[in-house]
Design a protein around this ligand. Structure first.
Ligand code: HEC
Length: 102
């Protein structure tokens, strides 16, 4: 099931992002990274229960939120753990990916 989700998300990402070459991050690469986020934030970033939606989020807001979890300015144990695994490239790619989802 996990594999199916990933394939579906990756396929959607490729379809959605053809022609958005001006984005700073690489959304297709972001889609791959987003596998580990989908369990909580939903496979299309729609959010689930107490996990907020990420779809359509402004890229700058997204990057700031991740940076804040990393630094501890925003406190959430789960997100701190996940944010710490991401480098700047990953974050830009994820920001582009989630921004383009509706
Ligand atoms: C175990 C569940 C879980 C996982 C996995 C997870 N998150 Fe989260 N995420 C949360 C929760 C809960 C919040 C809300 C935390 C808070 O109150 O600040 C959140 C908040 C966020 C926010 C801030 C949203 C906003 O509107 O301010 C971003 C951005 C985010 N997550 C990105 C990610 C990314 C990217 C990944 C994968 C690398 C990920 N999350 C994985 C549970 C999760």
């Amino acid at each position: 099931m996990k594999k199916f989700w990933f394939t579906a998300v990756a396929a959607l990402a490729v379809l959605a992002f053809v022609g958005t070459a001006d984005a700073a991050g690489d959304a297709a690469a972001g889609a791959k990274k987003a596998r580990s986020c989908a369990g909580c934030h939903g496979k299309k970033g729609e959010g689930k229960k107490k996990n907020p939606p990420l779809a359509g989020m402004e890229e700058a807001t997204f990057v700031k939120a991740i940076d804040d979890y990393k630094s501890g300015a925003k406190k959430n144990k789960m997100m701190k753990k996940f944010a710490k695994k991401l480098n700047d490239g990953d974050i830009a790619n994820l920001a582009a990916y989630y921004h383009a989802l509706k």
